[in-house]
Design a protein around this ligand. Structure first.
Ligand code: GRF
Length: 190
């Protein structure tokens, strides 16, 4: 699930192409104009978008995912809070990536450029990424992996964002792989 450009979604899809045990079944977005849907088309992966009403007032999306036999949900730059019912349907099977070293620079409003701007404004010497399970509180679930990057004196929010994106693309797919084939696999009973 993604709301924006989808570079992580693309990195994940490419990593698992031809994989023996893991398949990216579909890419869904809450924004019809999100570039991630164009990427999905090019990658020849099923994709669609859903609106706020469907997401918060119905079980349509979880029903669709269940009927496609989807075991895990990856949030790759997905900006809406996941409703309780969705989390209950996929307990410990939703993985998010956040572009900071949580718990620092997490929580409501801390996404994308806002995170990097705050890190630079506070003269942090390091930042990084956090890959974690999703529960009902923003950026709160069990941490699966963190990777640090150095923030240099001449970094801007944009240069820091590029550094962070590079490590996201490198570490997110293999972290998903080890979770879904390891600890997470016990949750799906096969
Ligand atoms: C990433 O920086 C991710 O950490 C955050 O949203 C951004 C998504 O980037 N949650 P992209 O759409 O995958 O390029």
């Amino acid at each position: 699930m993604a709301s924006g450009s989808g570079s992580n979604a693309e990195a994940i899809a490419k990593y698992f192409r031809g994989h023996a045990d893991v398949e990216v079944d579909c890419i869904v977005s809450n924004k019809p104009s999100a570039f991630v849907l164009k990427r999905a088309e090019k990658l020849e992966i099923d994709h669609w978008y859903f609106d706020r009403k469907d997401f918060y007032q119905t079980n349509k999306l979880t029903d669709q995912l269940k009927s496609r036999n989807i075991h895990f949900v990856i949030l790759a730059g997905f900006l809406w809070l996941i409703p309780k019912e969705f989390i209950a349907a996929y307990t410990d099977r939703i993985i998010n990536i956040h572009p900071s070293l949580l718990p620092k620079y997490g929580g409501k409003g801390m996404y994308g450029g806002h995170v990097h701007e705050a890190v630079i404004a506070n003269n942090e010497k390091e930042s990084g990424i956090t890959i974690h399970l999703v529960d009902e509180i923003y950026d709160n679930g069990k941490i699966l992996k963190q990777v640090k990057v150095i923030v240099s004196r001449d970094d801007t929010p944009d240069t820091l964002a590029s550094k962070i994106h590079a490590i996201e693309h490198k570490y997110f797919p293999p972290t998903i792989e080890s979770y879904v084939l390891g600890e997470g696999r016990q949750l799906i009973g096969n």
